[in-house]
Ligand binder design. Structure first.
Ligand SMILES: [Zn+2]
Length: 237
C-alpha cells in the first residue's frame, strides 16, 4: 500500500492535520464528506450530516472533525486559514472549477474571518497536463460560457508535455484535442483571489502516470483495470 502524501506547505502549520490518502484508503472514521456532484456548492460541516446527505463539492470545517473529499482524476484541494484556524476541502473537477467551486470556498472562508493573505492552499494528486486530453469543443465551450472570467487563466498545449517523473506511459491522445493543465487553473484562481503565491502548492503528482495503478478514472477508461477513490482530508487539531 502506498503512503499518504503530505503537503510540505500544510505540514508547516502546527494547528492542523491533513493527508492526501492513496487510492483505495479510507479517511479517518470521523471525517465528514458530501455527495459530490461537480457543483459549485460549498457548505459547512455542521450542515453536512448525516454523511453524504448533502450534494456539495466544498466543505468548510467549523470544528475538529476532519473534512474530506474523494477524487480520482479531479483536484483534491485542501485549504487552511491561519487567521481563524479554519479548514476546508474542495472537490475540483473541470466542471466544478469553471462553475466557481474554489472561488466560493475562498469566499466562504473570507466571510468567516479569513483574508486571502491568511489562506494556505494545497492542490493534491490529480491528472496532470501530461495525461489530460480534452476535446476542443470542451475548451471552446468553457471560453464561451465562462461565468467567472476564467478564460485568461486556462492553460493547455497542442501536445502532451513530457512528464520526466512518470512511472508508466502517459495517456495517448484519442480525440486530437488539447492537453489541459487543471491544477494550474486552480492555482491561478487562488492567485487572482489574492492568495500569495508562496501559500499555494501544487503536488504535481499525476494520477494517470505517477500515482497508484488504480488511482485514475481516465486510465481505467483506457485499460479497464478498475479504479479506487482517493480521500483527502484536513482537520483542526
Ligand atoms: Zn500524467
Amino acid at each position: 500500500m502506498s503512503l499518504p502524501y503530505h503537503s510540505p506547505l500544510l505540514s508547516r502549520l502546527d494547528w492542523l492535520d491533513h493527508a492526501f490518502m492513496p487510492a483505495g484508503a479510507r479517511p479517518p472514521q470521523e471525517a465528514i464528506y458530501n455527495q459530490q456532484r461537480h457543483s459549485a456548492r460549498v457548505i459547512l460541516d455542521v450542515d453536512a450530516l448525516p454523511l453524504k446527505s448533502q450534494e456539495a463539492d466544498g466543505l468548510i470545517g467549523s470544528g475538529q472533525h476532519p473534512v474530506a473529499v474523494y477524487t480520482a482524476d479531479c483536484l483534491p484541494i485542501l485549504l487552511a486559514d491561519s487567521r481563524q484556524q479554519q479548514v476546508a476541502a474542495v472537490h475540483g473537477g473541470l466542471k466544478g472549477v469553471l462553475s466557481g467551486v474554489l472561488i466560493n470556498a475562498i469566499q466562504r472562508l473570507c466571510e468567516r474571518g479569513a483574508t486571502p493573505e491568511s489562506l494556505f492552499i494545497a492542490i493534491g494528486p490529480a491528472i496532470g497536463p501530461c495525461c489530460y486530453e480534452l476535446g476542443r469543443e470542451v475548451t471552446d465551450q468553457a471560453q464561451r460560457e465562462d461565468p467567472y472570467h476564467l478564460a485568461g487563466l486556462m492553460s493547455w498545449s497542442a501536445s502532451p508535455p513530457p512528464n520526466p517523473a512518470a512511472v508508466r506511459p502517459q495517456a495517448q491522445g484519442t480525440t486530437a484535442g488539447v492537453w489541459f493543465d487543471l491544477p494550474l487553473l486552480a492555482k491561478r484562481i487562488a492567485l487572482r483571489a489574492g492568495v500569495p503565491e508562496a501559500q499555494i502548492e501544487l503536488a504535481r503528482i499525476c494520477t494517470y502516470c505517477m500515482a497508484e495503478e488504480v488511482a485514475s478514472y481516465r486510465r481505467n477508461s483506457h485499460f479497464q483495470h478498475g479504479y479506487q477513490q482517493r480521500f483527502s482530508w484536513i482537520a483542526k487539531r
